[in-house]
Structure formats: C-alpha cells, structure tokens
Ligand binder design. Structure first.
Ligand SMILES: Nc1nc2c(ncn2[C@@H]2O[C@H](COP(=O)(O)OP(=O)(O)OP(=O)(O)O)[C@@H](O)[C@H]2O)c(=O)[nH]1
Ligand SMILES: [Mg+2]
Length: 301
C-alpha cells in the first residue's frame, strides 16, 4: 500500500437528540448541509455530507438522534439512525459534555453498539461550555466502557478538535475509489435541501409540538435565464389550528419564516431565490407512505 492510494468510506454520527451531530457534520464538511436548531429531533433522516482530507474521501452520515420512539415517524427516525450505523465503516458517538449524568438515550446507543460488537470513537462535544476537570472525569468514565478506540474533545461550534477527528477518520477509511465527485458536499437534492432550510426556520419560529407536526415539500422549482430561481413550497400541517399558528397574526410568522429561508437559500445556492410558501392542512401526513419514501425512511419501522 502506498500513501498515495485513495481511500473512501462512511462514518456514521450517532448520539442522543441535540448532542450536536448536525453541527459537527457541518463543521467537518465545511458547509451547512444539515439543519441545526436548539430543539431536539431536528434531523429526520440520514443526511450525507462529504469531506476530503488528503487522499481520503469521507462520507459522513448525519443521523436522527436515538431515543425511545413512540410514534411512527419517530420509529422511522430511530431505525434510520441505526441503519446509518450498520452500513458505516467507522462510528462516532457524540455526547453533550454539559450533561452531568449520562442520559438514557446515550446508554441505549452504548448498549446497541455492544450488541453489535462495534467499536466507536467518542466525541465529548460542547467543550466550550464545560470545565476541563469535568471533561477529564467524563472521559475516564466513558473509557471504562472499553468500547471507544479514541476519545476526542470537541467544540463543533468553535471548531476546536475538529481537525484531529478528521485526521483520525481519514486514516481509518478503507482503501478504494472515491464515491462522489470531488466538489460534491452532500447527497441531498437542491429541492430537499431547500425544504430542510424552511423546516429549520419553522422549528426556530414555532413552539411546543408544532415543529414536530409539520413537514415541508418543495412543490415546484423554476430556473430563469438570469440565474435566479422561483421555488414554491408547501408546509403540511395536521390541523386547522396549526395552520393559524403557522401563519401568525396577519401572516407575520410565515412572512418571517419566508424571509429567513429565502435569505439562506440565496446564500447557500449562490444565486437569487424567490420563495413562495403555502400552508396546507393534510390531517394524515404522518401516516402517508409517500412522505416517508421521499425521505428515504421506512414506513413500517
Ligand atoms: N456551545 C455549543 N453549542 C453547540 C455545540 N455543538 C452544537 N451546539 C448546539 O447544540 C444544539 C443542537 O445542535 P444540533 O447540531 O442540531 O444537534 P443534533 O445532535 O443534530 O440534534 P438532532 O438532530 O435533534 O438529534 C444547537 O443549538 C447547536 O448550536 C458546541 O460545540 N458548543
Ligand atoms: Mg441533527
């Protein structure tokens, strides 16, 4: 084997909801390919972000958080997360180092890894918010599990420790040809990415259960000769009362969501985007197989 040989592989990012998986993937890829909010259960499916480090192409798989699922969509999300783990070359467990006690969700992942006889790297994330002594104690406690080949201390928002993790993973990738063109950063289509951006803004603007009771679909996309694009998206909600909250007083909420989403889309796609949003009631979208198919989620997980 020579050092010039190309390497390529998959790295699954696992962790409890809100641990910082998507933030870390964006830091590794160097672009925002997965949406991030302060709320749990933001990521709904496996999203691939692609990075190159030396001769290695690393395909990161951001997964929904692993938690105890109750509803159909939640079961599908957790199944997608484990599916990402089972098809990966390397696993990274991300833990929010602010937690003073190990949570049941992280324990569930550790048990699942043990059942699978899998080794993983551990990332203690959000180290910018935690004192060093506590981090060392945490690392020692996790080390006792005998499950982790390496432990990294990272701040995904500040970028601390990200290069070390990347170098470790790059060297661990199997030898083989790259799966994606050199300039590709994600496997999401532009339509899906645009829907995710709008969903992020809705998550940030709406409260309680509402963000979890809606979904966004890019219905039409027109490209114009001047490089600009016109996108029409539908926000599906389950009830009339949800529609009213989504629109806000005199349409103020949806207006702010539209403006923020359009701004991000224009930036990310590097061209002018004109966004049009419609809110529709579709009572049963959570039980619509088509919706699951479009997300590459299993309907009967
Ligand atoms: N201070 C600090 N905040 C962080 C760091 N990493 C992530 N966060 C914040 O933690 C919150 C959750 O981040 P996400 O990346 O959405 O977490 P996730 O694990 O993908 O969450 P789900 O998709 O819901 O499972 C956001 O508010 C992030 O800004 C970090 O290193 N430091
Ligand atoms: Mg996420």
């Amino acid at each position: 084997m020579t050092s010039a040989e190309k390497r390529c592989g998959f790295v699954a990012l696992l962790g409890a909801p809100n641990a910082g998986k998507s933030t870390l993937m964006n830091a590794l890829v160097g672009a925002k390919v997965s949406i991030v909010t302060h709320k749990v259960q933001t990521t709904r499916t496996r999203i691939r972000g692609i990075a190159i480090s030396g001769q290695s192409q690393i395909v990161f798989v951001d997964t929904p958080g692993i938690f105890e699922p109750k509803r159909r969509l939640e079961r599908a999300m957790v199944a997608a997360a484990w599916g990402g783990a089972d098809s990966a070359d390397e696993l990274v467990l991300i833990y929010d180092a602010q937690r003073t006690r190990r949570d049941a969700n992280t324990q569930r992942i550790i048990d699942g890894l043990r059942q699978r006889n899998a080794k993983a790297c551990l990332v203690l994330n959000k180290v910018d918010l935690v004192k060093r002594e506590r981090l060392l104690a945490l690392a020692a406690a996790f080390d006792e599990e005998g499950l982790f080949s390496r432990i990294f201390m990272i701040s995904a928002t500040e970028g601390d420790g990200v290069a070390d993790l990347m170098a470790h993973l790059a060297a661990a990738m199997p030898v083989g040809p790259w799966h994606y063109p050199e300039d590709q950063l994600s496997d999401l289509s532009e339509r899906l990415l645009a829907a995710e951006i709008t969903r992020e803004k809705l998550f940030l603007s709406l409260h309680q259960e509402l963000p979890y009771a809606l979904t966004v679909e890019t219905e039409s996309w027109e490209d114009f000769e001047d490089g600009s694009a016109r996108l029409q998206q539908v926000i599906y909600v389950a009830r009339d009362s949800h529609k009213a909250i989504c629109l806000g007083k005199k349409g103020a909420t949806i207006k702010a969501v539209r403006e923020a989403a359009q701004h991000d889309m224009t930036q990310l796609m590097g061209r002018k985007v004109h966004l049009f949003l419609f809110v529709k009631v579709k009572e049963n979208w959570l039980n619509d197989p088509e919706c699951y198919r479009s997300w590459d989620l299993e309907f009967d997980a």
